[in-house]
Design a protein around this ligand. Structure first.
Ligand code: PDD
Length: 282
């Protein structure tokens, strides 16, 4: 039977319960991370938990765990559930308290929950590429925080699903920000363009891995936002995230990118990514 982590306890899935007045449930008042497991090992787990601690600080949530504490907890969960390939979702809310927008005084204990999922890597899509649609970015102005408030992202992804696309590429007044659950890149004349890491996008861990590969292999990487028009005329388009890795986009709003052929920079990054899976897993 699969277990779920609730604070520091591993609980049988069917016994895992949280309070009806948890602030995560009432307000989306919390933060999360999603970490990939390859061959039973956690990929870039330290980077993920560094980001979690940053998110906690940014929303004034006093997380009593260190990065090593968190790694120990999730490793135990992954081992108990015998996950070989898959992922771990972990979230922390500000805790359960009578519903009032302001933080509870005195503070209550944050509630940490985590669960695992087993699945194979999306090899077919990674090989062939997927399609995307563009949609206006209606989210708040702190997209750098990995917050539980995902309604804007949910609506964007649902829009993509409705139009048979894998991802919704969001833009603010025609400037591409990021996908509903991924970062977005355009390649033109061998240079990669992507939105700078500010309050308008999540600083993706996969994005960081891509930067490492670019440094290793001297691929020009420009943190410069592009327009939807530029994206559609790019030589290559791809997205990145913990779950989709480096995913080629071969169609945007029904318009072909590079005649729907996955480009060579994308392929080079995918290859480089394999090396990092081996060197950055523990
Ligand atoms: N999403 N931007 C957004 C809005 C995201 O939700 C994600 C990841 C990313 C990529 O970040 P990373 O490379 O660290 O996964 C960018 C995760 C997978 C999710 O919501 O499940």
């Amino acid at each position: 039977m699969r277990k779920v982590l609730i604070n520091e306890r591993l609980v049988e899935e069917q016994d895992a319960e949280v309070a009806y007045n948890d602030r995560g449930y009432n307000f989306g008042d919390g933060i999360y991370e999603y970490i990939r497991i390859y061959d039973g090992q956690l990929f870039t787990v330290r980077e993920h938990f560094e980001r979690l601690l940053r998110s906690a600080t940014e929303i004034g949530l006093d997380l009593k765990y260190s990065i090593d504490d968190l790694i120990k907890l999730v490793k135990e969960l992954a081992a108990t559930n015998q996950v070989t390939n898959g992922g771990i979702y972990l979230q922390v809310t500000r805790g359960a308290a009578p519903r009032d927008h302001a933080f509870p005084t005195p503070p209550v204990e944050p509630v940490l929950t985590a669960f695992t999922r087993s699945y194979d890597r999306p090899f077919k899509s990674l090989q062939e590429g997927v399609s995307a649609v563009t949609t206006e970015d209606i989210r708040w102005l702190r997209c750098d925080i990995k917050s539980l408030n995902l309604l804007g992202n949910v609506l964007a992804k649902e829009y993509a699903t409705k139009y048979n696309a894998s991802e919704a590429i969001q833009h603010r007044d025609g400037t591409v920000t990021e996908g509903s659950s991924s970062n977005v890149y355009a390649v033109k004349d061998g240079t990669i363009y992507t939105h700078p890491t500010n309050n308008l996008i999540l600083n993706g861990i996969t994005r960081r891995v891509i930067q490492w590969i670019c440094e290793d292999e001297n691929i020009p990487f420009k943190e410069e936002a592009v327009s939807v028009d530029f994206l559609k005329q790019a030589d290559e388009v791809f997205i990145s995230s913990t779950s989709v890795e480096i995913m080629p986009i071969i169609k945007v709003d029904g318009e072909a990118i590079n005649e729907e052929i996955v480009g060579k920079v994308t392929r080079q990054l995918q290859k480089g990514f394999e090396k990092y899976i081996n060197s950055h897993s523990e």
